[in-house]
Design a protein around this ligand. Structure first.
Ligand code: MN
Length: 270
């Protein structure tokens, strides 16, 4: 596989005329790698499957879209690397431009190669395994998206640039049409809505959690009940019957699970 570069991406587009992001190889991030699936209503409707690696998005056009049914192999035609920033692109590529049509972020999340082990915590090792897998024409990845979850494989065929995208058998495998869930995971719009609804973009870096993990809080203050004069209906509120007993906070980390009362008493024993 050629080294990452965005020359082909640039050559195909005129950035004065398209709202797509200009080419830029991003500096190495921290934290897990990003994947995104964009639905693209171009001359032919298709889905673009993209995996972050080495500061760009390795990309495949999947005409029928991904499937979560292990019996369905989906053709995935490798296309040019896209800039990292493309991952949050939703909008309309104007008529006459390359790929003219509407694009939504159909799914996104983090991923890791998962041959034997996963590397969500080690970006360097994750990228090494992605490079190796793409070179040898077989890459297995664990996706943590909103729609796509679990283990998938990309397998190169004998035809140039033609790969197969398939779902491994695991607890997320199902004989359902996942593309029936048609809305953007970012804006909630369906691709056909974009002709009339403009969407606001967020930076691609905001799609995934950063590598910084906050310290586990030692205490948390749950909301307390308070007396009121009358019931009301207001957005952000719901009603539940009052139950007497303890309110228990569960703290889960590498040391295990601790159950505490709101005053900090250890409750696991009771
Ligand atoms: Mn496309």
């Amino acid at each position: 596989m050629a080294k990452s570069n965005l020359n082909e991406y640039s050559a195909k587009r005129s950035f004065a005329a398209t709202p797509e992001p200009p080419p830029a190889v991003t500096a190495p991030g921290s934290g897990p790698l990003l994947f995104v699936v964009q639905q693209h209503s171009a001359r032919r409707m298709h889905y673009d499957f993209r995996l972050e690696c080495d500061g760009v998005l390795k990309s495949w056009a999947v005409p029928k879209g991904p499937s979560v049914d292990p019996n369905e192999k989906r053709l995935a035609v490798q296309t040019e690397d896209h800039p990292y920033d493309y991952a949050s692109f939703e909008g309309v590529i104007p008529p006459g431009q390359y790929g003219a049509g509407e694009v939504i972020v159909w799914d996104c999340g983090v991923y890791s190669p998962d041959e034997g082990a996963t590397w969500f915590h080690d970006r360097g090792q994750a990228e090494r395994e992605v490079r190796e897998g793409l070179d040898k024409g077989k890459l297995s990845v664990l996706l943590r998206g909103e729609k796509l979850k679990g283990s998938f494989a990309l397998v190169r065929t004998k035809e140039a640039k033609q790969w197969l995208l398939l779902k491994h058998k695991d607890r997320f495998a199902a004989a359902v049409d996942v593309t029936a869930q048609s809305r953007s995971v970012l804006s909630g719009v369906a691709v056909e809505d974009l002709k009339v609804v403009p969407v606001r973009r967020i930076p691609a870096a905001q799609l995934v959690p950063s590598g910084k993990i906050a310290a586990m809080p030692a205490t948390l203050a749950p909301m307390l009940a308070e007396p009121g004069e009358a019931s009301f209906h207001r957005a952000g509120w719901m009603w539940e019957p009052k139950l007497d007993g303890y309110r228990v906070l569960a703290f889960i980390d590498a040391r295990g699970v601790r159950l505490r009362s709101r005053r900090g008493l250890e409750l696991a024993a009771t």
